[in-house]
Ligand binder design. Sequence first.
Ligand code: 13P
Length: 256
Amino acid sequence: MNRKMRMPVIAGNWKMNNGPAAAEKLVGEIKPFAETTGCEVVLCVPYVSLQAALAAAAGTGIKIGAQNCHWAPSGAFTGEVSAEMLKELGVPYVIVGHSERRQYFGETDGTVHDRTRAALDAGLKVILCVGELKAQRLSGITAEVVRLQTKLALEGVSAEEVEQRVVIAYEPVWAIGTGLTATPEQANEVNALIRALIAELYSAQTAERTVIQYGGSMNDANAGELLAQPDIDGGLIGGASLSAEKFAAIIKAASA
Ligand code: 13P
């Protein structure tokens, strides 16, 4: 990370874990460790746990996020939740384009773009996920895949929005939930190419100000060396974010 230019963001993605009661408990356990000015702490929780998490995090530095949002403000979209509804609830962050949504729920680069745009229009901050499949890495097309995903998602997004309200999370799909972490060098290489793309699309200044996280089996043991890389500005953490102790250690590593 480059602290002079960017504040690291440590975000937990709880995925489909922790209903309201468990959310209240875990936010409470994380609270004492989140009182740091060294990084921004975000917890992305299931929709049904948003209110409990917001209440439990009130008065602390912890920001609460959702894990997806629809691209329309309202309408006949059974089972969906709009960015405007999240805004109304007081939710500041939303994850868009997570690989599990791309893999299991038909998310495409087009819908990722539309959801990103809707979230920004509603005034939310977006954690935009990109990353290659194992087969794509083995075929040597990681750079092309990640560049394309990022470029399509950010079409029509302004430099100011990217700098202030978009966090890009590089999450190699083969590293998610597998215990296989990208090496710090592998992760930094892709984060650096995303930053170079931002410079190409916007400017060197915007690239320097854009927060780019790494996600994929980040945990208390490996966070330090990943976060020491110059282009890794935080993490999007799945499994390890379900343990207050492990998540606290990652917050500490980012605040060091
Ligand atoms: P894991 O940390 O469990 O590998 O999950 C990463 C992830 O998908 C975060 O969004």
